[in-house]
Design a protein around this ligand. Structure first.
Ligand code: IVH
Length: 666
């Protein structure tokens, strides 16, 4: 045999072995034998350089020569697909297509592989060029790197292919190689790749194709285009290209009805988790090439295809700006404004950046591409920055503001706290508005005024604190937009009614830091009226059940500010309740003084909360768990056996509700 023929036949044989190994997953010879054949070819090529061929299997190892990526124009622009996220939109696509075609059609369902797309050009059965998507019109020539991917044929099998064609697909890094790569990078203290897509895209752009070869990229081809294709149908063409040596997924189905399509989606939404590569959705394509041409393209995407995206738990998007918002209590919250992105079914435009420490830890810059996730909170959070996408034009680093964005007061950050605070609570507009909103809220004074109304009153100079609400006149309001006789009357009426709101709720409405509904109740019960509370010493405060250091300090701080005391006085003058009502006082006894209770089980005469109140009102103390300090266990039906056992062991008196009611002479 002539040398040239010998070389040619070895190349063919090795390519076929590669195909069986990397595309079909069915190796037919041992690695040792394979290496022997490759070595033999390498030796021959070294000896006869005149027969060199860039598409020889020996070239798949890459080279150390720096790749200079040349920009090449795509023959057909590489458009993207329009995305949907709901069954409804899939049905719409189906109906739209049906109407436009007005004849039978088939839909091919495929997996949407989450890698980086590539366009391959073959001429006379040889790979002549591989180009990245780039901007869709022009991309980078990455042929040298693509040659290292063993599942991409350099020479085609058989001879049934068109003399010149383009085939597109996805270059991927399988999960296991992705994890190995990251482990390796961690050891070398190199930055980690966030996901297989970034890793694949980054790898394709490496200048050293030898390194690319070691990365073990894989591929799936999903779109054959050009003239003289073997079939009219997309599905049939994909089956044909398998025989030319391309790797085409078996997770592909031709569907006739919408039900079949939805079934495919449902099935793969679960099953994709078992695949060796990352997928992020399903692509639907009208099968017939003729029908595809009939439907045509928009400027951005084909009308004959659509992508259904699986709901992402996390997403990546660009940081546009950071806002620092001032809360009702003066806490500053950094909020990121993002390029809108879909996350678990909703479009996300804002995410929390929490506090200064987290911002610093993220090392986040304006314009950065960042990862967001939805936790339990309504507003998503930024969990990381994709530093691989940074360019030379890196935006400024995000830093925490030093002054209140609303009133300019220098911010404070207390020792041991992560949050910044604006201390100007009586002069900082968002704090004032927030305080008033809290004051009017349902669980506080329950006044007929929402956020919009408070803003309107504030912006028109009618209110500067909660007490001002009671000084607004009918005429003041009627001058404002959106108000009519009826709504003004409603508002005025709710103001009047609020004057009967009991002391503990008025106390809660004041918005003293750390004084929530429960604490307000405790304080009202312990001090009876506002003057006692205002004059209470630190010691007196902390001696109240469940009132600790932080709450006590906060109360003292609140009443040390003149503006707060003035506001309370004004509210008192307007007739709000600043002491326990006579009725409440009359109901109070010292019958249970010094007695500690634990309530357990279900009762028939009163609810558990009512029993708790009765204990409170009669001077007793409620606790939640049984200890040697417990005097009585008030036991209802279905009391837990463990509790019962414990009470018995400690010799604590167990009483039923009737015995209890007798104790308080009810
Ligand atoms: S077809 C004109 N099929 O999704 C239609 N694309 O947003 C060309 N992709 O850039 C694309 N799996 O990188 C097609 N089975 C599949 C795909 C797929 C992944 C990617 C591809 C494309 C993007 C579209």
């Amino acid at each position: 045999m002539e040398i040239k023929e010998k070389i040619e036949s070895l190349r063919k044989e090795i390519e076929l072995l590669n195909y069986r190994y990397y595309v079909l997953n069915q190796p037919t010879i041992s690695d040792f034998e394979f290496d022997g054949k490759l070595k033999e070819l390498e030796n021959l090529e070294a000896e006869y350089p005149e027969y060199a061929d860039p598409n020889s299997p020996t070239q798949r190892v890459g080279s150390d020569i720096n790749n200079n990526f040349v920009q090449v124009e795509h023959i057909h622009p590489m458009l993207s697909l329009s995305n949907t996220y709901s069954e409804g939109e899939i049905r719409e696509f189906y109906d739209r297509t049906k109407k436009a075609l007005n004849e039978d059609f088939e839909i091919v369902c495929e997996l949407k592989y989450d890698g980086t797309s590539i366009s391959l050009i073959y001429e006379n059965g040889s790979l002549i060029r591989a180009v990245t998507r780039g901007d869709g019109t022009k991309g980078d020539d990455v042929t040298a790197n693509i040659r290292t991917i063993k599942s991409i044929p350099l020479k085609l099998h058989g001879n049934n292919y068109p003399p010149l064609f383009e085939i597109r697909g996805e270059v991927l890094l399988p999960w296991n190689t992705f994890h190995e790569l990251n482990e390796e990078r961690e050891k070398n203290e190199e930055p980690l790749f966030a996901n297989p897509r970034n890793a694949a895209a980054g790898t394709l752009k490496l200048q050293n194709s030898k390194v690319v070869a070691q990365r073990k990229l894989d591929s799936y081809l999903y779109y054959l285009l050009g003239d003289n294709l073997p079939f009219d149908g997309h599905y049939e063409n994909l089956q044909a290209v398998k025989n030319w040596g391309f790797k085409v997924s078996d997770a592909i189905r031709k569907c006739k009805t919408i039900e079949e399509v939805l079934h495919f989606i449902d099935y793969w939404d679960k099953e994709r988790k078992n695949l060796p590569v990352a997928t992020d959705g399903i692509v639907l394509k009208i099968n017939s090439g003729k029908q595809q041409r009939n439907l045509g393209w928009t400027a951005k995407s084909p009308r004959w295809a659509i992508a259904y995206k699986f709901q992402a738990e996390s997403a990546e998007t660009k940081l546009l700006s950071v806002e620092f918002s001032v809360g009702r209590t003066g806490t500053i919250t950094p909020i990121a404004n993002l390029e809108p992105v879909l996350l678990s079914g909703t479009i996300v435009k804002r995410a929390s950046l929490h506090n200064e420490d987290i911002i610093n830890k993220l090392d986040i810059h304006y314009g950065d591409s960042c990862y967001i996730e939805k936790g339990g909170e309504i507003i998503p959070k930024i969990t990381g920055v994709n530093k691989n996408t940074r360019t030379l034009f890196l935006g400024e680093k995000v830093t925490f503001v030093k002054q209140c964005p609303a009133c300019g007061t220098p911010l404070i950050r207390l020792d041991g706290e992560s949050a910044h605070h604006c201390p100007n609570n009586s002069g900082c507009p968002p704090q004032i508005k927030g305080m008033i909103e809290h004051f009017v809220s349902r669980k506080a004074m329950n006044i007929n005024a929402g956020e919009e109304t408070i803003n309107q009153f504030y912006d028109n100079g009618l209110i500067r604190n909660a007490a001002d609400l009671y000084h607004i006149s009918l005429q003041d309001i009627l001058r404002l937009e959106r108000w009519g006789e009826k709504s003004v009357a409603n508002f005025m009426e709710s103001l009047e009614v609020s004057k009967q709101v009991p002391f503990e709720r008025v106390l809660f409405a004041l918005g003293i830091r750390f004084v929530g509904e429960t604490v307000a109740k405790k304080l009202a019960n312990a001090f009876h009226d506002i003057n006692n509370l205002m004059n209470a010493s630190y010691q007196q405060l902390i001696s109240v059940d469940e009132i600790g250091e932080v709450i006590a300090q906060s109360i003292i701080q609140y009443f040390s500010e003149e503006s707060n005391v003035k506001q309370v006085q004004k509210l008192q003058e307007k007739g709000l309740q600043f002491s326990l009502s006579e009725k409440t006082m009359a109901e109070r006894t010292r019958l249970l003084k010094g007695k500690t209770f634990v309530i357990s089980g279900v009762f028939s005469e009163h609810s558990r909360d009512e029993y708790k109140e009765l204990i409170d009102k009669n001077g007793g103390k409620n606790t939640s768990s049984i200890s040697s300090k417990t005097n009585f266990v008030l036991a209802g039906e279905n009391m837990g056996p463990a509790k019962l056992e414990k009470a018995r062991k400690l010799g604590i008196r167990i009483i039923n509700e009737y015995e209890f009611l007798k104790m308080i002479n009810d």
